[in-house]
Design a protein around this ligand. Structure first.
Ligand code: HEM
Ligand code: HEM
Ligand SMILES: [Fe+2]
Length: 440
């Protein structure tokens, strides 16, 4: 850590970690509802409410992590202190308060309805205020020195796009097709556009610090990847417009462009591996290196392979909205964004706290446990999805009868989820002991 105000990032990471823990607990509750017919929580916390909480916690903690990452990275890139630490603290408090209000509200059925965007409009306006404070603070910090780097440019572009796309999720429209049309501008253009840019910039920074490879090489690749992500991802939105009442040409546009979406993701894997191979520094933080490379690899499988598997219209007409989608949703979010945040946290926090050498055994235990069991969870859901697609969609069996045949795979999913939760617990213990450790 070179700048005092980078410390602010630490508070964001602590809140992010707590929310991650809660997200996993709600995931386990959801999974239990799949497995058992008996549901003691049916009236207090029905499936839809628990699901809203699970996915909202996910999005909020990931964004908190990105914000923390930005507050750590921008001072080092711009070579100056954060413009206003007070605003950064205020923004965290406000964001956390809105998060608590939203989750409490869901329990009392106060919800806007659309998945991921369940926050009632008044809270959405609060979120916009948080985003504006954040962007202002980051932008003003960059403007202090105007040392523009590609990393800063892509990060800022991604963050502006992230905030901008959210606006399309605010108006309430009477027609469900038009509502879903714009909904995807938030959901799809976030994870396959804006977030990829933010993640790409943060990952480039991590690799730069970890390997000491020439900045020009890293930045050249970041530039190409960011361009390709936008080129394929924007028109790729069409893969959600196949069956919602939009014109037929989307079958072609969505099919072709989304089939190309894995290209930049493959580049990212090669690129990461090459930087690691051509490293100039001796890599002391092996754990951070494992998380970074692991993220590149699982990003490729979860988003690239699992996404491609159901993105062509001829396949998606059978798999749409089945557990195949849920399998891909978990895998892609995990590989691309959860693992990126876990990389950032495990790499930045020791630096923030001035801790150089530490025992990484528990950290590696968490790494292997989480990754192994997430892959098992994803495979469990994928097989459940294949059974569902075949029985329900191809053979025309009714929904509930099909669910009966999927039970075994739901059980595989849930048992693997317990293993995954154990891995998360290990990561948490490692993280909080890091937070409590005295500076050396
Ligand atoms: C203990 C671990 C977890 C369990 C048991 C679990 C379980 C579930 C369940 C049952 C659903 C509802 C799917 C449906 O609507 O039928 C769900 C949704 C979702 N979960 Fe998890 N989850 C866990 C962890 C995670 C993690 C770590 C992530 C992030 C990578 C995540 C991301 C999501 C997403 C994105 C959705 C929405 C999926 C969609 O719309 O298709 N979950 N989860
Ligand atoms: C990191 C990037 C990605 C993330 C986090 C992600 C996440 C998700 C999630 C959560 C859903 C479910 C949305 C819902 O209906 O509630 C979804 C759907 C979908 N994703 Fe991705 N995705 C990513 C990248 C990709 C890529 C690169 C492709 C194509 C190559 C792809 C293809 C699809 C398709 C076709 C659907 C619709 C599934 C259906 O019809 O039910 N995704 N994605
Ligand atoms: Fe998409």
């Amino acid at each position: 850590m070179r700048y005092k105000t980078q410390k602010i990032a630490n508070n964001y990471f602590i809140v992010a970690m707590i929310l991650f823990g809660l997200q996993v607990i709600f995931g386990l509750i959801l999974g239990a509802k799949y497995v058992w017919n008996f549901d003691p929580l049916l009236d207090i916390l029905p499936f839809n409410v628990a699901r809203a909480i699970h996915i909202n916690l996910l999005v909020v903690w990931l964004i908190m992590g990105f914000m923390g990452g930005a507050y750590y990275l921008v001072p080092e890139e711009a070579r100056t202190e954060i413009y206003s630490p007070a605003l950064a603290h205020l923004q965290l408090l406000l964001f956390a308060a809105i998060g608590v209000a939203a989750v409490t509200g869901y329990v009392f059925r106060w919800s806007w309805g659309m998945p991921f965007l369940e926050q009632p409009t008044i809270l959405k306006i609060g979120i916009v205020a948080v985003a504006l404070i954040f962007l202002f603070n980051i932008f003003m910090t960059m403007m202090k020195t105007r040392r523009w780097t590609v990393i800063q440019g892509v990060l800022l572009g991604g963050l502006v796009m992230l905030a901008g796309m959210f606006l399309f999720g605010i108006p309430f429209l009477k027609n469900l097709s038009t509502q879903y049309y714009w909904w995807w501008w938030v959901i799809h253009l976030w994870v396959e556009g804006a977030w990829e840019l933010v993640a790409g910039a943060i990952m480039a920074f991590v690799l730069l610090k970890l390997t000491g490879v020439d900045r020009r090489v890293i930045e050249k690749w970041l530039y190409i990847e960011a361009g390709l992500v936008l080129f394929t991802g924007i028109a790729g939105t069409g893969h959600h417009y196949y069956w919602i009442g939009t014109p037929k040409y989307w079958l072609w546009v969505g099919g072709i462009f989304s089939a190309l979406e894995p290209v930049p993701i493959v580049l990212m894997v090669f690129d990461t591996l090459r930087h690691v191979k051509e490293k100039r520094l001796e890599i002391i933080d092996k754990l951070a290196l494992y998380w970074a490379v692991g993220s590149a690899v699982l990003h490729f499988f979860g988003a690239g392979v699992w996404g491609f598997a159901h993105t062509l219209p001829a396949i998606n007409q059978w798999t749409h909205g089945t557990q195949i989608t849920a399998s891909h949703g978990h895998f892609a979010f995990y590989g691309a964004y959860v693992m990126l945040n876990l990389t950032v946290i495990i790499f930045f926090v020791p630096r923030l706290r001035g801790i150089k050498l530490r025992n990484q055994t528990l950290g590696f235990g968490a790494f292997w446990t989480m990754n192994f069991f997430m892959v098992m969870m994803v495979l469990g859901l994928a097989v459940a999805g294949i059974v569902q697609t075949y029985f329900q969609r191809v053979l025309g069996m009714d929904y509930l009868t099909t669910q009966g045949y999927m039970g075994l795979w739901y059980a595989v999913f849930w048992v693997s989820a317990l293993g995954f939760a154990a891995g998360v617990a290990m990561y948490m213990v490692d993280f909080f002991s890091l937070e409590l450790e005295k500076k050396r």
